[in-house]
Design a protein around this ligand. Structure first.
Ligand SMILES: [Cu+2]
Length: 139
């Protein structure tokens, strides 16, 4: 009787240990999601616009030809923003677009924007009265 009981306890302990061991192997399947920008497959127009603000009290948005943007065709654009000042920001808005850099931050940012027909403007928010521009997007 006593022997049987000990045998049962030991057997029970082995089962518990075995179950505990099974809980450990729930490894995540390491997903290698490739979010890199592959220009070959991006459905953009391939048009890059250059936005700049600072270091002085100047703000601009230029096309690939280096001229100020005044009109654009509707489509998808890459906007490379160079925020060169920690007292200015670049804030582009119009339609459903509303993108801006931090006033205190500096450096390059790249935005992929889909511009639909309409009026757009860009400003430095702290100095919107003197630092602004606008352009039209036609459908
Ligand atoms: Cu400013």
């Amino acid at each position: 009787m006593r022997r049987t009981r000990i045998g049962f306890v030991v057997g029970f302990a082995v089962v518990v240990l075995a179950l505990a061991g099974c809980g450990g192997d729930d490894e995540d399947a390491a997903g290698t999601s490739d979010t890199g920008t592959t220009t070959a497959t991006t459905p953009t127009d391939g048009t890059t616009l250059s936005a700049s603000v600072g270091p002085g009290f100047e703000i601009s948005l230029m096309g690939a030809d280096g001229a100020d943007v005044e009109t654009l065709a509707a489509g998808t654009y890459t906007v490379e923003v160079d925020d060169q000042s920690d007292i200015h920001n670049f804030h582009l808005s119009g339609g459903s677009v509303d993108e801006s850099t931090d006033v205190s931050g500096t450096g390059m940012e790249t935005w992929e924007l889909t511009l639909a027909e309409g009026a757009y403007s860009f400003v430095c928010d702290p100095h919107a009265g003197s630092m602004s521009g606008s352009f039209e997007v036609s459908g």
